[in-house]
Design a protein around this ligand. Sequence first.
Ligand SMILES: Cc1cc2nc3c(=O)[nH]c(=O)nc-3n(C[C@H](O)[C@H](O)[C@H](O)COP(=O)(O)OP(=O)(O)OC[C@H]3O[C@@H](n4cnc5c(N)ncnc54)[C@H](O)[C@@H]3O)c2cc1C
Length: 396
Amino acid sequence: MADRVVRPLAAKYDRLQEYPWEIRDALAEAGLFGTWIPKEFGGGGGGVLDLCLVVEELSRACGGVGVLFAVNALGSFPILLSGTDEQKHKYLEPIAKGEKLIAFGLSERPAGSDASGLITSAVEDGDEWVLNGSKKWTTNGGAADIYSVFAVTDPNSRSRRISAIIVEKGDPGFEIGRAEDKMGIRCVPVVELHFDGCRVPKDRLLGGRPGLGFKHAMMTLDRARPGVAAQAVGLAAGALEYATVYATQRKQFGAAISSFQMIQQMLADMASRVEAGRQLVHAAARACDAGVPQLTKMAALSKLFATDMAMQVTTDAVQIFGGYGYMKDYPIEKFMRDAKITQIYEGTNQVQRLVIARNLIKESGKLDHLSAFIPLPDHPNTLDDQARAERASPGA
Ligand SMILES: Cc1cc2nc3c(=O)[nH]c(=O)nc-3n(C[C@H](O)[C@H](O)[C@H](O)COP(=O)(O)OP(=O)(O)OC[C@H]3O[C@@H](n4cnc5c(N)ncnc54)[C@H](O)[C@@H]3O)c2cc1C
């Protein structure tokens, strides 16, 4: 499907920066939008690994289509994780059929990496929630019918400040704002959302209990980050394929450039990195599906490694195309542009490093038995002291 439907349209929608509804229709017809949704809510019953496999394949042909698809998982995970049964039936079924698209509204102008600093508010008024504020960078915004929106419901609480509320296209006081003009992933819209006294029924609060929104946003990111990593692996794999084919066809000095060892070295390094990234993504996705306790770290590891890898591999692919790689007439520069965002969204790679390091430090408690082998420099009984004692009375 990626080769037949997506690849021939990739350059067109990149140029137009328009949502490719014909691709959405084909994905819906193939039943792919239900990949990660349980069968009882109309989906295919797959997990994060299935999601990642589809995202990788789509991204191999177009990174924009990869995220156009994956962002529906990002938007629907909060419903899956915390929605009531009624909310799951109401929202997940049309998403699974591909009839409705969904978006995830967490980031705001003042709240990017520090998502907990968001200020959009939701106040109870009779049978309704009234939302005020704006969201920044909402992928799928405008195209989507359903929005998982995170808003402050208890400004005085430290741990239960934020709740997740579903907003639907057409709700009074809800408007789609400015669409961004982007470097890459240009076929999928990224917009601002505005809530100006936006009124939604009370039963739109996810799970029916306020205060759990931030926790569920973080749990969502744990499950969605392997999807970004899969997008990166697909982009890198797709760029490597183009670079390999080009290298066998382009001749210089009377020979195909693929016969030059420096090009071979680049291709070999690219291939080993792609495969390493792919295996790590699969391991992280399996960890998500198994619900292992190290989920957060695994998701961050896969996102960090695969997206940095994709930036390097797609840049090297452009290098193999030489000057032609720099031109928009060739498909390869788009891979490099599309890859860049994977290092930024769903938590920048600096943030992934923080997450990984924090988890490593937390887990180090389990490694206490190693302390016996590591004398601390300021401990009275250091190796140095022992060595000095040994010198003073040899054989003692
Ligand atoms: C195309 C696009 C699509 C997006 N889609 C969505 C979406 O659908 N839904 C959504 O909610 N959000 C979305 N985002 C938002 C995205 O997740 C944020 O852009 C990202 O989390 C970074 O926030 P920021 O842009 O405000 O950067 P900032 O947080 O301002 O960061 C700026 C720089 O500072 C670094 N930095 C920040 N804090 C630290 C720290 N503690 N230590 C070290 N370095 C730090 C960052 O790594 C970065 O390099 C999207 C963004 C883009 C660009």
